[in-house]
Design a protein around this ligand. Structure first.
Ligand SMILES: NC(=O)c1ccc[n+]([C@@H]2O[C@H](COP(=O)([O-])OP(=O)(O)OC[C@H]3O[C@@H](n4cnc5c(N)ncnc54)[C@H](O)[C@@H]3O)[C@@H](O)[C@H]2O)c1
Ligand SMILES: O=c1ccn([C@@H]2O[C@H](COP(=O)(O)OP(=O)(O)O[C@H]3O[C@H](CO)[C@@H](O)[C@H](O)[C@H]3O)[C@@H](O)[C@H]2O)c(=O)[nH]1
Length: 321
């Protein structure tokens, strides 16, 4: 039995493939719009194509015995989604519907979905649990919540099980040093700061200093990608063993760090001094997003291993290489 990883050439997908290949047969489907073929572990089969392409999905589902689909493929930039919502609804919703239809048609019944803290919008609590109300404030978050709702509907009427994983801010690099965070252009805070500290950017822009947080900059919960990858594998095995089905779990470290604190930690880890420019708010950004991940700890025993220092340390090691 094999696992199909949609978006396995991307940042989180490629790290999960690396964790999967030692135990499972893995097929990667990716159109390489934001991913890179060189990130895919060579033990995986790679199919270059789009998840909205019915013929490619028919081919994969008939030539491989797929037991589960891990679905990472999406557009995932908050600011871009505000500027170009149709791109987000087309890729994150319409193309995913094609994948789901083909799974049902071919009798593939296990699905793990990459969702996001952006489904919560501006939470009315300091620490977000899965019971916190979902009220996304940007098209990206809405596109993910729509798929979550569609999954619940499908599971009511088909032989189909899903796990939704709502990640907070994914960061860090694989401990092998072989792969790390690659987005082009890069928009994520930690790689931008590290690129600057390596001399590849003139300065860092901090988007917004007037948020209702301790220092006025946005607070996020950063989680290492290997911790995320392990949560996917535990979720899959939990479903396959009949322990869990049709659940939604947060994945975070349970600690919030402001943009300024991230810059400080990057300076400490690298031993270099940053040049910072304070800029206006970026559209679509909530002030604070911090997770409680107790639900997945209770269900599957998952706990994050990497703290912020270790996350930034792994990213710095990879960037320096
Ligand atoms: N990076 C984060 O902090 C974060 C946080 C929460 C949720 N997520 C979610 O995790 C997933 C992975 O994020 P990432 O940071 O690795 O992004 P990424 O852009 O690095 O990876 C996405 C991959 O999907 C591929 N892809 C996109 N649309 C496709 C399509 N229609 N057909 C085939 N392949 C397609 C891209 O080429 C890329 O390789 C996304 O669903 C994202 O919404 C990411
Ligand atoms: O040059 C920069 C880049 C970012 N930020 C700020 O840093 C914080 C983190 O931004 P970023 O790294 O872009 O991540 P988010 O926008 O929080 O989104 C990430 O985390 C979300 C979950 O919380 C996921 O859903 C998204 O896919 C993923 O991109 C935000 O307050 C940004 O405004 C800056 O101040 N300057």
């Amino acid at each position: 039995m094999a696992i199909l990883v949609c978006g396995g050439a991307g940042y989180i997908g490629s790290h999960t493939v690396k964790e999967l290949v030692s135990t499972y047969e893995v097929v990667v489907l990716d159109n390489l719009t934001t991913g890179f073929e060189h990130l895919i572990d060579e033990r995986a089969d790679f199919v270059k194509g789009d998840l909205g392409d019915r013929a490619i999905l028919d081919e994969i589902f008939t030539t491989h015995s797929i037991d589960a689909v891990f679905h990472f493929a999406a557009n995932s930039l908050v600011g871009e989604s505000v500027e170009n919502p149709l791109k987000y609804y087309r890729n994150n919703v319409s193309a995913t519907l094609v994948l789901l239809e083909k799974m049902i048609e071919h009798g593939v019944k296990r699905f793990i979905f990459s969702s996001t803290a952006a489904t919560y919008g501006i939470p009315d609590t300091d620490v977000i649990t899965e019971e916190t109300s979902t009220n996304p404030i940007n098209p990206y978050g809405r596109s993910k919540l729509m798929i979550e709702q569609i999954l619940a509907d499908i599971a009511c009427v088909h032989d189909f099980q899903y796990i939704v994983l709502r990640y907070f801010n994914a960061a860090g690099a694989h401990e092998s040093g072989e792969i790390g965070e690659s987005h082009d252009p890069e928009s994520h805070l930690i790689p931008i700061v590290l690129q600057h500290l390596m001399g590849q950017r003139d300065k860092i822009s901090v988007f917004g200093t007037d948020y209702n947080t301790s220092d006025g900059t946005c607070v996020r919960d950063y989680i290492h990608i290997t911790d995320l990858a392990r949560a996917h594998i535990l979720s899959y095995e939990g479903m396959a063993n009949g322990k869990i089905a049709n659940k939604t779990y947060n994945l975070g470290n349970g600690a919030g760090y402001s943009v300024n604190e991230i810059i400080d930690t990057c300076q400490q880890v690298s031993g270099k001094q940053a040049t910072v420019e304070y800029a206006p708010r970026r559209a679509g950004d909530p002030a604070t997003l911090v997770a409680s991940s107790n639900k997945i700890t209770d269900a599957l025993g998952w706990t994050p291993v990497y703290d912020l220092q270790a996350i930034i340390g792994s990213a710095w090691a990879w960037h320096s290489k």
